[in-house]
Design a protein around this ligand. Sequence first.
Ligand code: NAP
Length: 264
Amino acid sequence: MKFAITSKGDNKSNTLMQKMRTYLSDFELQYDEDQPDIVISVGGDGTLLYAFHRYRSRLDKTAFIGVHTGHLGFYADWVPDEIEKLVIAIAKTPHQIVEYPILEVIIRHNDGGREARYLALNECTVKAVENSLVMDVEIKGQKFETFRGDGLCISTPSGSTAYNKALGGAILHPSIRAIQLAEMASINNRVFRTVGSPLILPDHHTCMLKPVNDADFQITIDHLTLLHKDVKSIQCRVAKENVRFARFRQFPFWKRVRDSFIGQ
Ligand code: NAP
């Protein structure tokens, strides 16, 4: 089995990364940064987002494991004290793979055929470059509403505990193949009206955002911020690809939610 390790870059994460690399090599596992079967991310959930994007072209061949060197994470759920146990498990135990849905975003431009496709592990957010965001929201080909406000956030179930949660979105169990559309400070008065509640769309429903006036947007895909000009539409749906995590023990999602947000 071939492995790679990514680190948050601080001393603690780098030291742990070196230790794990040595231990795994002692078990005769091969270090391969380009074509790993397993990617171990050492740091936090943010570090795993970087690892996901680094290896997004081989999601069907790579499984991720997260070790946290700060606080408990949703993707990073092993603690530094457990790494010997984790290394032995990786080297000796056939692992179980857990797959979570991810988000596909296709941005089309007014100048014809140009389109960009992205995959997000947490979410995509859309904001105007200047003034309020004004977007027609279509669901499954039907106009749903015209949104006016700060922005829109379209998240995955595993990303529902990140930005989406801060916007009042629901926490979704990652076994549910869905995406969630949450508003950022919508303008609601006698003239402008939006539904006001987060919407959860199943994997056969597409959400299409169509600019009403401005066509330049600040779009985030997880930690990446992009500027897209002359945008015709932004299409969001559950991707056909999944993210895969290697599991060596039970750590139920709702326990992670409780431990992260409520306490032990
Ligand atoms: P960052 O601003 O340095 O950190 C964002 C925080 O979100 C970190 O504490 C990170 O955990 C945590 N996080 C990431 N994914 C999570 C998940 N699935 N569930 C719960 N918490 C999660 O940015 P970053 O490290 O580059 O991460 C980018 C992410 O930041 C975006 O995908 C977005 O979800 C989030 N964000 C949140 C807000 C908000 O809540 N108001 C605003 C902007 C962006 P670790 O400390 O373990 O890395």
